[in-house]
Design a protein around this ligand. Structure first.
Ligand code: ZN
Length: 174
């Protein structure tokens, strides 16, 4: 086998070894499916999954309105789901895939959870805390352990949000 063990691990989903870009995209597509279920409930469509060793261990979609919970962002709900499943409030070795750039609250939770990696889709110029509005991950005084990758399937993630807001505007206009 030409691939080194570390490389194989990075590209493994179940028993199938795939290219690293496609590995990430597969999980972002799962997050997109969850985002669509948020939209179906009338919530801003954002979805997130937590992945460990190529397996989804946490799922979340945005639900602050239906849950009467200002903290019920997709990322927070996915982190809670993963932490409960793994029996650990810290999630070392886990990666979070989310369709929209995390806000300040979610970025803080990601750091507290000690995630290995954050991968997000669309940038959020209004509340994005990973480089758009501000970048808390660039703050060296914060002791965090998380790598950040931006812009994966950004067009698909952004289109879902744009479609949702366009439908909401036209609904209001009618
Ligand atoms: Zn958030």
């Amino acid at each position: 086998m030409a691939c080194k063990p570390a490389c194989l691990k990075a590209g493994r989903v179940g028993a199938v070894v795939i290219a690293p870009e496609e590995y990430d995209a597969a999980f972002m597509r799962e997050a997109l499916v969850l985002a669509a279920s948020a939209a179906a409930a009338g919530e801003v469509p954002v979805g997130a999954v937590v992945v460990r060793d190529g397996e989804i261990v946490g799922r979340g979609w945005n639900a602050p309105i239906t849950g009467h919970d200002p903290s019920a962002h997709a990322e927070i709900r996915a982190l809670r789901d993963a932490a409960a499943r793994l029996g650990n409030y810290r999630l070392p070795g886990c990666d979070l895939y989310v369709t929209l750039e995390p806000c300040i609250m979610c970025s803080g939770a990601i750091m507290h959870a000690r995630l290995r990696r954050l991968v997000y889709g669309a940038a959020d110029p209004k509340t994005g805390a990973c480089g758009s509005l501000l970048n808390v991950f660039a703050e060296k005084r914060l002791n965090h352990h998380t790598e950040v990758a931006a812009g994966l399937l950004a067009a698909e993630c952004g289109a879902l949000l744009a479609g949702f807001f366009a439908a909401r505007r036209s609904g209001r206009a009618a």
